[in-house]
Ligand binder design. Structure first.
Ligand SMILES: [Cu+2]
Length: 236
């Protein structure tokens, strides 16, 4: 009986290592996010309520279209990827400088920590909301000079950070169970590298804070880079 168990154990181990080997084949996905529609100048934020914040000017970040028609601050991620992936030991960083959250949008992995700091000579109040239902999460005051708050991002979800003192301040952090996520910047595209190949197409999600979410299919082939273009249609 004991021997039989050992044999079954070895057979199961053989299966696991075989599937791990096949999972090593991977490819890349390059996602370019475009915006079609009228582009208006970004509004200047009214920050007169706080004398410290009023010293500097800042523009609204709700829609940032690059000069080449691509869209910044869109989160790109693959919905589900099988396998276990290492969680980066480095914290995500969220700073409050000149009364704005920087970065405005970022992505990381479930289980990663985020370090929230205040570099301003004014009080900020970090109020966070998590998941699709925007459930209240932690809410802390950060007066000038306090040490950074380090918080673990325990779930794969979207977290929104707001400031109860300054209503124009907001930041978005999306975490996934794998590392295949990113945020478009000035270049308007993201490369997801080393995505395991799969016989069927992956669901690829693009999210933007005001333009919403789109899901497209992408097939990842070994050693190749799949090119995906996702377009948001804006108003006239
Ligand atoms: Cu604030």
């Amino acid at each position: 009986m004991k021997l039989l168990k050992v044999i079954i154990g070895v057979a199961a181990f053989g299966l696991i290592s075989a599937s791990a080997e096949s999972a090593e084949a991977s490819g890349n996905v390059r996602v370019t996010v475009k915006y079609e529609g009228a582009v208006r100048a970004r509004a200047k934020l009214d920050r007169s309520g706080d004398p410290f914040c009023a010293k500097t000017e800042a523009l609204a970040e709700t829609l940032i279209v690059n000069g080449d028609g691509t869209l910044a601050n869109a989160i790109v991620y693959i919905k589900k990827v099988r396998g276990k992936f290492n969680i980066p030991s480095e914290s995500l960083k969220l700073s409050q400088n000149d009364c704005m959250y920087t970065p405005h949008v970022q992505s990381g992995m479930k289980g990663q920590t985020i370090e929230i700091s205040n570099g301003d000579k004014t009080l900020h109040n970090v109020h966070s909301y998590r998941g699709a239902k925007k459930k209240n999460w932690f809410n802390i005051a950060q007066p000038p000079g306090v040490p950074a708050k380090i918080q673990k991002l325990k779930k794969a979800e979207l977290v929104i950070f707001k400031c109860d003192v300054h209503p124009w301040m907001s930041s978005y952090v999306l975490t996934t169970k794998h590392p295949f996520n990113g945020v478009t910047g000035k270049a308007g595209s993201v490369i997801l590298e080393g995505v395991p190949t799969k016989a069927k197409a992956y669901d690829l999600v693009v999210w933007h804070e005001t333009l919403g979410e789109q899901t497209v299919k992408v097939i990842v082939e070994a050693g190749k880079t799949a090119e995906v273009v996702v377009t948001y249609k804006g108003g006239n």
